[in-house]
Design a protein around this ligand. Structure first.
Ligand SMILES: Cc1cc2nc3c(=O)[nH]c(=O)nc-3n(C[C@H](O)[C@H](O)[C@H](O)COP(=O)(O)OP(=O)(O)OC[C@H]3O[C@@H](n4cnc5c(N)ncnc54)[C@H](O)[C@@H]3O)c2cc1C
Ligand code: SF4
Length: 576
């Protein structure tokens, strides 16, 4: 028996709830020149590039008022919610900060050696020569949480006003045009009641708004629906869980693995792999990524990563070491066809992961996000200079279309889709595409919505028991993320709380932060109904602990909806 998450979507009226006109009286609105939502690579590059351009044009800067550029970030600081591999192609950062020497970047430098392995449970078979998508010569290893903090300092030095701990909760649209965003309320209790420290949100009004919200962007999704910007091919997602380890021995190569602990057959559709990167002499980053169109409800990326650490290839790398950071996040993986048909609407542009600017085979998105942020800044600047109206931002789309964002994602446009046929068939087709520069087999391979993929309840997985040394449970992982969400904060996760057991268990296993739990009495009842076996179709009531959430976005891909919690909530990543 199977269930598709799409059959149990929660009621969310995005147009009514998340889009609307300004509500504050005119004299209470916060007026800024350009509003940027999101302090990731896309948002920060946009802020820095625009400040560079305005620095050369004092009259224009003055015409934008006291706050020419404001950046709204829901994490404690820009960087708190950032997580990535993070193997960065240097081209975009060189263009953004041409006067800063690469040796002054907050990175761990470049790596000479690449190694790729196909794993079985006990063996690691080297793939030689290194397949092109895995070649990382000249790329910098960094921590996106650190890069975000560093870029936000550069932005502040250049005069950008950064509003940290502030979630943009509503897209302000007036007369068919985006005029800014409304920030979320603060100080509400579990049932939405106003607490003693209550502060209402505020309208931030801008001449142009850039949505740089990253993966599963809350306002981005609302804007795409409201203005009809979406592609006919739905976006797809992968979930990445990452740990940083202090280690005794330096790692001298960039390692990628395919295969185990993912199951490769079409029945399971566990597409993905692991990345292991050196972070200087005494740290490594270690992560596992898996497509969210997998089918077995018992699969857990968090726990598969724990399993991976026991593999003979990986165990020696962390032996005697200590886990010092953990986090999780989704990656848009629909590729070129799933990118929005149009990257702008009157008064607004979408940049970075929010617009699906990720090259899936190479697992790269940081430099595209930086480029897109710069292009948005340049397009807005051109419009402001030409008379101040940012209604038509087609010049932004033209810049993206003429860049490597388009050429690279177009080249790999059909590489993710064949993996629905299983790893071996999918891998063979993707290989042909790679060798032919994306030309063969060609055509347009449709993507699918992850929530439409049926899930079934497989045999219970035998993941390793957490020992607190190399393997950990989800709650200790959440603790390490620095998550400090109030227990009595309003529930920001929309799901149906009564669903078939197979769906409830899929959410329980999928969520890396232990937000969903099927109570033991429900499991017992399901066993009684199934004569000792779990009856997957039995409806059960989920227990939800939203304060654990690290805002990875997976629930939005698999039948629920993540909305931004109060600004400042969620993880406070330091090295991810
Ligand atoms: C596990 C994993 C491994 C990866 N590995 C690599 C790699 O090795 N190399 C590479 O190049 N790329 C990699 N990527 C992809 C890369 O990290 C992204 O493409 C990149 O971070 C996108 O940048 P962005 O600015 O668009 O979004 P993000 O980096 O996600 O930043 C968005 C920011 O906006 C904020 N925000 C969102 N919504 C709101 C709101 N409503 N209000 C206020 N603030 C908001 C968020 O808190 C966040 O700070 C990886 C991604 C993952 C998850
Ligand atoms: S509840 Fe939060 S942490 Fe869990 S899957 Fe959903 S978004 Fe990710």
């Amino acid at each position: 028996m199977t269930t598709a998450p799409v059959e149990y979507l929660p009621p969310v009226d995005s147009a009514r709830e998340f889009v609307g006109p300004p509500v504050d009286p005119e004299d209470e609105r916060i007026e800024v020149g350009v509003a940027i939502v999101g302090g990731g690579p896309a948002g920060l590059a946009c802020a820095i590039r625009l400040s560079q351009l305005l620095a050369e044009d004092e009259a224009l800067a003055e015409s934008l008022g006291e706050v020419p550029i404001a950046l709204v970030e829901k994490g404690k600081v820009p960087g708190s919610h950032l997580l990535s591999g993070a193997m960065m192609k240097p081209s975009a950062l060189r263009r953004l900060l041409p006067d800063v020497s690469e040796s002054d970047w907050p990175t761990y430098g470049t790596v000479e050696n690449d190694r790729v392995y196909a794993l079985t449970r006990r063996r690691a078979i080297p793939l030689r020569p290194t397949p092109p998508p895995f070649r990382n010569h000249g790329n910098h290893v960094t921590s996106l949480a650190q890069l975000g903090r560093w870029l936000s300092e550069r932005a502040e030095e250049a005069g950008v006003y950064i509003l940290g701990e502030t979630a943009a909760a509503k897209l302000l649209v007036d007369d068919g045009r985006v005029v800014g965003v409304r920030s979320g309320d603060k100080g509400r209790g579990r049932d939405g009641e106003e607490l003693s420290n209550f502060e209402p949100g505020a309208d931030v009004i801008a001449r142009a708004t850039v949505l740089a919200e990253g993966t599963q962007g809350h306002l981005t999704g609302a804007a795409i629906r409201h203005f009809g910007l979406g592609s006919e091919d739905p976006q797809q997602w992968e979930l990445g869980v990452k740990e940083v380890w202090e280690v005794e021995r330096p790692l001298d190569a960039v390692i990628h693995t395919l295969g185990w602990p993912l199951r490769l057959g079409p029945r399971y559709r566990e597409f993905g792999g692991s990345f292991i990167y050196p972070m200087g002499a005494d740290r490594i980053t270690l992560g596992l990524v898996a497509g969210l169109d997998y089918r077995d409800a018992t699969f857990s990326v968090h726990d598969a990563l724990q399993e991976l650490k026991g593999h003979p290839l990986v165990a020696p790398l962390i032996e005697g070491g200590k886990r010092v950071a953990w986090g999780a996040k989704t990656i848009p993986s629909g590729g070129f066809w799933a990118q929005p048909r149009q990257l702008w609407a009157p008064g607004m542009a979408i940049a970075g992961d929010g617009a699906g600017m990720v090259n899936v085979p190479t697992l790269k998105g940081i430099h595209y996000a930086l480029f897109a942020g710069m292009f948005a800044a340049e397009a807005i600047y051109e419009r402001l200079r030409a008379g101040g109206d940012c209604r038509d931002l087609s010049n932004y789309a033209a810049k993206v279309a003429a860049s490597e964002i388009r050429t690279d994602t177009y080249r790999s446009r059909n590489m993710r889709q064949p993996f629905t046929k299983g790893f071996f068939v999918g891998g063979a087709i993707a290989n042909m595409m790679e060798l032919s520069g994306g030309r063969f087999p060609g055509g347009r391979w449709a993507t699918h919505d992850d929530a439409t993929v049926d899930v079934f309840l497989g045999d219970e997985r035998d993941y390793p028991k957490p020992d607190g040394k190399t393997t950990f449970d989800k709650l200790s992982s959440v603790f390490l993320s620095g998550n400090a969400t109030r227990d009595d904060a309003p529930n920001h996760i929309r799901v149906q709380e009564s669903v078939p057991l197979e769906l409830a268990l899929m959410w329980q296993n999928m969520c890396p932060a232990a937000v969903y739990e099927v109570p033991e009495e429900e499991l017992e009842a399901a066993r009684r109904d199934g004569n000792g076996q779990l009856d997957g179709k039995r409806e059960v009531r989920l227990q939800i602990t939203p304060s654990n959430c690290v805002q990875c976005g997976a629930i939005t891909a698999k039948g629920g909806r993540l909305t931004p919690p109060e600004g400042g909530d969620g993880p406070n990543y330091q090295f991810t």
